[in-house]
Design a protein around this ligand. Structure first.
Ligand code: HGY
Ligand code: MN
Ligand code: MN
Length: 411
């Protein structure tokens, strides 16, 4: 099938998948939701049509295998995630899964010296449990079982959500790819940044994925009557949290070359307009190319938080949910990818990734490579996210050469 037709097919699949959402006004597919199930159903149909043998594993990952020609062969994985953020774009995640399915459709079963496994990971964004990489960390054998007790906004534990979806948490280890079977991983993903557009290049090759820390901060004060409690004796958790959040931004701005810091979610209790907030929980998302700088930033922030809360008669807790050091992409796979980009007729543009990707978790198994695809104005995690069909075509062209080279060089 000509590349333009394949690109148009991927574009149409992107549009169809974007209609699968747990919200009627915007795109939202979170871990183990009904929308996640419907998305798995839709995408597994496309996997079948591409000749893949599919299954949903115990962590809700959708997996399809194209057997190679060597029964003792190892497995090479290509994929990305099918879950989304809230009010999401259409391409962040799904584009990488659909490009993988397109590759499987091009390659005949038995044509590769290794098995090709295509995976639509179940939870890269970590929206429901403020975690991340739930699906890929099970595949990589680095899932933290303690996370099964995390509760979502409705008090549903991760274990309950998995079991309701049809997974068995006692069998998660069976869903890991054994390290000695694992050949490597390749992910194609939108850039979610402006560089490729500025350079007018459709694809780029990622060298490193930045380090990341996800924390939940709980601030405790004393709730009270908004009308009868004098100002000077209040222990207002939200007023304190507001100062803490302002400090997050100021400290990151002071070190803006190395750090980004975001408070994306704030929950106020009891949340009534005439009650002084007694408790506030907020999320903290810290990122840096340099993990040591991130750790120093994190310690400094804890000192600042302690100063603010002590002065105001509040207490707070710092609950680390997830931490990932910066992840280098594999030299050999990245070299093959760079050669494929060049052979496909594009300049080779090296990039670092400020965003996290399933490649971070999968790197616990072995070599990973990550290709970025230009997206309009670098917009992502927003309904205006967009990738031109020509750039989908460019990505397909590179993937074709990448797998042809891979099958000659790696077994
Ligand atoms: O948050 C991220 O970096 C990614 O989109 N999960
Ligand atoms: Mn993503
Ligand atoms: Mn994302």
């Amino acid at each position: 099938m000509p590349i333009d037709n394949r690109a148009a097919r991927v574009r149409d699949q992107i549009e169809m998948l974007a209609s699968v959402s747990e919200h009627h006004q915007y795109v939202q597919r979170t871990f183990c939701s009904l929308a996640a199930k419907l998305a798995n159903d839709m995408v597994s149909g496309w996997m079948h049509a591409a000749g893949l043998k599919t299954r949903v594993d115990n962590m809700a990952n959708l997996r399809g295998v194209l057997p190679g020609n060597n029964p003792q062969g190892r497995v090479f994985v290509m994929g990305s995630h099918l879950d989304t953020v809230i009010d999401a774009g259409k391409y962040d995640g799904p584009l990488g899964v659909l490009l993988a399915i397109d590759q499987a459709a091009r390659l005949e079963a038995g044509s590769l010296p290794f098995d090709l496994e295509v995976i639509g990971f179940s939870d890269e964004e970590g929206v429901r449990y403020h975690s991340s990489y739930l699906g890929s960390s099970v595949v990589a054998g680095c899932f933290d079982q303690e996370q099964l007790s995390l509760k979502d906004a409705k008090g549903v534990s991760m274990q309950q959500a998995v079991e309701k979806f049809g997974g068995d948490v006692t069998k998660l280890s069976k869903d890991q790819i054994p390290k000695d079977k694992f050949l490597g991983y390749f992910e194609a993903h939108i850039e979610q940044g402006p560089v490729l557009e500025e350079k007018n290049i459709p694809v780029g090759v990622v060298q490193t994925i930045n380090s990341q820390e996800r924390v939940e901060i709980k601030v405790q004060g004393v709730p009270g009557h908004a009308g009868t409690t004098p100002m000077m004796i209040r222990k207002d958790a939200l007023a304190g949290a507001a100062l803490m959040i302002a400090e997050v931004e100021q400290l990151a701005q002071k070190d803006h070359e190395n750090m980004v810091a975001t408070v994306g979610k704030v929950d106020v209790f009891p949340g009534a307009s005439n009650v002084i907030p007694g408790n506030v929980n907020f999320t903290l998302d810290l990122r840096s190319p340099n993990y040591e700088r991130l750790s120093t930033f994190s310690k400094k922030l804890q000192q600042i938080f302690s100063g603010i809360t002590q002065k105001r008669g509040l207490t707070y807790s710092w609950n680390l949910i997830k931490t990932n050091k910066s992840t280098p992409c594999d030299d050999q796979l990245t070299q093959i990818l760079s050669e494929a980009i060049s052979q496909a007729g594009y300049p080779v543009q090296a990039l670092t990734s400020g965003a996290g990707h399933d490649a971070v978790a999968i790197s616990n198994l072995g070599p990973v490579a990550l290709m970025f695809i230009r997206c309009k104005n670098g917009i992502s995690h927003h309904p205006d996210e967009f990738v031109a069909t020509e750039d989908i075509g460019a990505a397909i062209k590179v993937c074709d050469v990448f797998f042809d080279k891979l099958s000659q060089q790696m077994q």
